[in-house]
Design a protein around this ligand. Structure first.
Ligand SMILES: Nc1ncnc2c1ncn2[C@@H]1O[C@H](COP(=O)(O)OP(=O)(O)OP(=O)(O)O)[C@@H](O)[C@H]1O
Length: 289
């Protein structure tokens, strides 16, 4: 039996600013060890909001209410004495457009190892920096300029550097929020290949706009619609034998993956709701007045 690394029970997130938006409405999900789970769904259905709640990233934002529970290996993520930096070490988060630290390439990876005291010696630190840069397929591209500013790397290289930075601190789970969608097709393909390699040995929860990418990378797929889980299943069952009519419509909707571009370059059209879904959405809005 596969262990559950991360789990949510009745997790709900509501934006309480000028307009009240129930973005996530009582989601129960569990994420199994060493599996890559892709969260898909139309634009605005709460994917990023849900992912951020797993890492308590709404804590630092005003006008956001989070209720329900998140458990990391059975321990509560909210309502705990564990300091936020330690929680965020264990639950790594890589956004769509990550910013490197204003430091060298080497120091971007070494930084977390230093602050979390995860090395024994300078040699050990060097080894770890190399190991994680290799793990994200970046070592060969940067080995001769480790002391150069990370800001000088391409966006695809920065994305892989930020993955290395998150992995270096030995997280229990890695959350990836559309990590290929801001990249050019070649960089997106490189990052996707990196993710495919990481999926062999890490627990990853990935939000993606691209159903094609979910098919290629995921072990498990979750379909979120208007803040609720419609269907969650292993990738084969999800795509080949969906249980719910809405899932069937979504995965066979306009802009199906096979008509779209290369890895990670899928346009938003790929996961936009069909006209029928949009109509249904209009009568079942994600907002609550
Ligand atoms: N800071 C915010 N304040 C108010 N409403 C917000 C905020 N962030 C998101 N929302 C709303 O919450 C809902 C869910 O947004 P979210 O970004 O989580 O969806 P998503 O599925 O990730 O969308 P996309 O695929 O376009 O990134 C949307 O209606 C959005 O407008």
């Amino acid at each position: 039996m596969t262990d559950t690394v991360l789990e949510t029970r009745n997790l709900a997130v509501t934006y309480t600013g000028d307009r009240r938006v129930e973005a996530v409405k009582g989601v129960d999900l569990s994420f199994p060890e060493n599996r890559l789970t892709a969260i898909i769904g139309p634009s605005g259905c709460g994917k990023s909001t849900y992912l951020k709640a797993l890492d308590r990233l709404h804590d630092i934002q005003p006008n956001v209410e989070v209720t329900g529970e998140v458990y990391l290996r059975g321990e509560p993520v909210y309502d705990t004495d564990v300091p936020a930096p330690e929680l965020r070490r264990r639950i790594g988060y890589v956004p769509q457009d990550p910013t490197p630290l204003p430091l060298s390439i080497y120091e971007n990876v070494a930084y977390g190892l230093r602050i979390h005291d995860l090395h024994d010696s300078k040699d050990d630190l060097d080894d770890r920096v190399e190991r994680y840069l290799r793990q994200v397929d970046l070592w060969d591209e940067v080995a001769d300029r480790l002391d150069a500013p990370a800001a000088g790397l391409s966006t695809g290289q920065i994305q892989r550097l930020c993955l290395a930075r998150s992995l270096a601190v030995e997280p229990d789970v890695l959350l990836c929020d559309e990590v290929t969608s801001a990249l050019d097709p070649v960089s997106a393909e490189n990052v996707e290949e990196t993710l495919a390699g990481l999926a062999e040995e890490y627990t990853i929860v990935m939000v993606t706009h691209s159903m094609d990418q979910a098919r290629r990378l995921a072990d498990e797929v979750v379909f979120l619609y208007l803040g609720e889980v419609v269907e969650a299943n292993d990738v084969r069952s999800f795509f080949e034998n969906p249980e719910h009519e809405r899932t069937k419509r979504f995965i066979s909707g306009p802009g199906t993956p096979d008509t779209l571009g290369p890895a990670g370059s899928a346009s938003e059209a790929e996961t936009k709701p069909s006209d029928t879904e949009r109509d249904e959405g209009a009568s079942d809005p994600p907002t609550a007045e």
